[in-house]
Ligand binder design. Structure first.
Ligand code: GTP
Ligand code: MG
Length: 697
């Protein structure tokens, strides 16, 4: 296991996750305990300000011991501030600081256009990796998301994990396993369907046959062998009917029918925020308070957590169920749980907070209709999340979820017990973060601020009881705030688009299934669908939503779809299931309008980066910076600049190493948003303005 982890996350064993540091580094210092102390307050409540420097030119982080350059105001590794007094001596100074930042915070026409509310309100998009080599710039093998695949599991208890796949070389179809009826998935990390072997177009069950790039694909179906890309000439691609114009599309009556009255609407709710802000604890506490974790189970978590010296993580263990996550006390994959409010059937997506797992966070959070941004109110921790030197995940996550299309946000100002439920501290957090959220494009009216303490079960499912909190807060508790979120819109006016999040093969069921969120249109059992980018036609055999089978699903639903008549090798994460007459575009050269985030190194032409578009993740390079955009007018202000710096907006031409399924943003937002990541950071967010070289599929 250690070996596996080393391959996947080299830094895990060398730096940040140094065995002895795992509990403290990069976190809110005072809450990671090796022995449980009541509310999770660490015994050694060290000050970040008192550490000796080991080198006069450097300063050592008191938390992770990383040696930082004096120019760094916070630890470049874990984000802990060097000296808070360097920033704010009091609230008014902080407010002034916040205002100063606002002035330069990149609120712009472009930002607003990138994050603009959609008139059609298309929903969150889903990302995951889709490339063979998913090592990020830190050298880490990126984990992948197989969210919702367990919809297919027989058990009601479902915890969605991201499956980290280790593949040193391009290998076989490499993704399906089945063990005595229990489905497991191993995501194919390739967007390229070249690993496929054969297809039975007549609807028979295909068996997955491993192949490699070096091998000649076994010929199992003469008629369809041309679908294999291994040695295929370009012209040998499957023939898809000439695509009809989208304007010809008319939704079928069953798509428009109102939902079953007795069914609650599904709300995909992402829980995001800086590492250690208390996301998993909040989820666990919520589920416990709602009676969804039995006393016995809770007792077990408490006992085991205590035995491991992590007593304060008992509630987080309800979400973090892998040994690694529990030993390290951090979430690494996205956990999924469910609960019902009066209005909603909530799908809770608990994301990892640590920087190294941002790709996983993206995979989960892109499925969100709304989000809870958890911030740690305690002194130093909130500031670390805001990342004075630009690495705080409170900021990065906020930017990302907004650019996924999430418009409604609940900010859970957590750990209020650590600041004596202080109104001043709450207002300070609200002021600073509020300014930043506005700059990301969140409207004030779409943000709900809830002070709470997850650990103390304060203001979660019932009104606050602590007199200090009660003295100034009489708003909604968290559960009421969730219930007050506006219902997600379902875009059924456009043809079916189901970006594939994950692929499951079931030998016993004799079929292959894909999971993901329907972004547009609807899907029905018995109908034919087009699998892109391979171009296969498949028949929908089964649909499962929330572990029960159903006959149809519409935009907004997270589903698992059993398909027949398609080679499992042609189903890849990052692919898209479409209406047969209206295929999604497939392209490898795109024009993007981007907004550069807080970067320290300028973006130059030629930059190699990782491009995320829904579930696809491909290596890409910056071919040209076509024009710089004026922040105020949104118009081109300079042609062909040589570089881009922080907060600049530009139109760029990018070339992808592989083709991806994509739509122009104006056509379908969910498939037209892009993220550029480099060096383990999101360097820019953007939208697809033009498809430059559409592949003839
Ligand atoms: P990652 O998933 O790794 O990003 O962390 P997280 O945001 O899920 O945080 P987690 O729930 O693992 O909690 C981190 C620490 O904060 C644990 O020690 C919790 O006990 C502690 N914690 C969470 N909520 C509260 C709270 O309301 N008050 C106090 N005092 N501690 C809390
Ligand atoms: Mg967590």
């Amino acid at each position: 296991m250690v070996g596996i982890l080393f391959l996947l996350f080299p830094r895990a064993l060398h730096g940040w996750y140094e065995p002895r540091l795992e509990d403290t580094c990069g976190r809110s210092g005072n809450h990671r305990d090796s022995s449980a102390t009541g509310l999770g307050i660490r015994d050694d409540n060290r000050s970040e300000l008192e550490k000796p420097f080991t080198d006069p030119g450097m300063w050592q982080c008191s938390i992770c011991t990383h040696e930082n350059d004096t120019s760094n105001l916070s630890c470049e590794l874990c984000g802990v501030l060097r000296d808070l007094s360097l920033y704010f001596n009091n609230i008014s100074e902080a407010e002034a600081g916040a205002k100063r930042r606002n002035k330069y915070s990149g609120v712009s026409v472009l930002a607003r256009s990138l994050f603009a509310s959609s008139s059609t309100k298309s929903k969150a998009i889903i990302f995951s990796d889709g490339s063979q080599d998913n090592r990020n710039a830190t050298g880490n093998k990126q984990a992948t998301m197989d969210a919702l695949h367990k919809t297919y599991m027989p058990s009601k208890k479902r915890h969605i994990n991201i499956v980290v796949q280790i593949k040193d070389s391009v290998d076989a179809t490499g993704k399906k396993m089945m063990d005595s009826g229990i489905l497991q998935t191993e995501k194919d990390t390739s967007m390229d369907p070249c690993t496929s072997a054969e297809v039975d177009k007549l609807g028979g069950t295909s068996s997955s046959v491993p192949s490699s790039n070096q091998q000649v694909t076994p010929i199992l179906d003469h008629e369809l062998q041309h679908l294999s890309l291994e040695s295929k000439p370009k012209s040998s691609k499957p023939k898809i009917k000439k695509p009809a114009s989208i304007s010809e599309y008319k939704p079928e009556p069953w798509m428009l029918q109102s939902e079953d009255q007795e069914m609650r609407r599904q709300l995909n709710l992402a829980i995001v925020g800086h590492v250690d802000s208390g996301k998993s604890t909040l989820c666990g506490r919520l589920l416990h308070a709602l009676g969804l974790i039995s006393k016995k189970q809770m007792h077990k978590y408490e006992k085991e957590a205590k035995e491991k010296g992590k007593g304060s993580f008992a509630y987080a263990w309800a979400m973090d169920d892998s040994t690694d996550e529990r030993e390290r006390g951090i979430t690494m994959t996205v956990a999924v749980k469910y609960f019902d409010t009066e209005k909603y059937h909530v799908v809770l997506l608990d994301s990892p907070g640590h920087k190294d797992f941002v790709p996983n966070m993206i995979s989960g959070a892109t499925q969100a209709d709304a989000a809870i941004l958890v911030v740690d109110a305690s002194v130093g921790s909130f500031e670390a999340g805001m990342g004075v030197s630009g690495i705080g995940q409170t900021k990065e996550h906020s930017q990302l979820i907004r650019s996924f299309g999430v418009e409604n946000l609940i900010v859970a100002v957590n750990k209020m017990d650590m600041v004596e439920h202080s109104k001043d501290r709450f207002n300070f957090v609200k002021l600073q973060l509020g300014i930043f959220l506005r700059s990301c494009g969140f409207k004030d009216s779409s943000i709900t601020w809830v002070p709470l303490s997850a650990m103390a079960n304060e203001n979660l499912v019932t009104a606050a009881s602590d007199s200090r909190l009660l003295s100034w807060y009489n708003g909604n508790c968290l559960l009421e705030s969730i219930d007050s979120l506006p219902p997600p819109h379902r875009d059924v006016s456009r043809p079916l688009r189901l970006p594939i999040c994950d692929v499951i093969a079931s030998i016993t069921l004799g079929q292959v299934a894909v999971c993901g969120k329907v972004e547009a249109g609807g899907i029905r059992t018995g109908s034919k669908v087009l699998v892109m980018p391979s171009g296969d036609l498949a028949t929908v055999k089964t649909i499962e939503r929330d572990s029960s089978s159903c006959n149809l699903a519409r935009a907004g639903d997270n589903i698992a779809v059993g398909l027949q008549g398609v080679d499992p090798g042609h189903l890849v994460s990052g692919g898209v299931i479409c209406h047969p007459d209206f295929p999604v575009h497939v392209a490898s050269r795109l024009e993007l309008k981007i907004l550069v985030l807080e970067i320290t190194t300028p973006i130059l032409v030629g930059l190699q980066f990782e491009l995320h578009i829904h579930h696809a993740r491909v290596s890409a390079s910056l071919v040209k910076i076509l024009s710089l955009l004026d922040q105020k007018t949104g118009k081109a202000s300079k042609k062909m600049p040589r570089l881009l710096t922080a907060r600049q907006a530009a139109v760029v031409d990018v070339k992808l190493d592989k083709e991806v399924c994509v739509e122009e943003f104006s056509a379908l937002k969910a498939l037209g948003r892009a993220f550029l990541r480099s060096g383990g950071n999101t360097v820019a967010v953007g939208i697809v303005t033009r498809i430059l070289d559409e592949a003839k599929v």
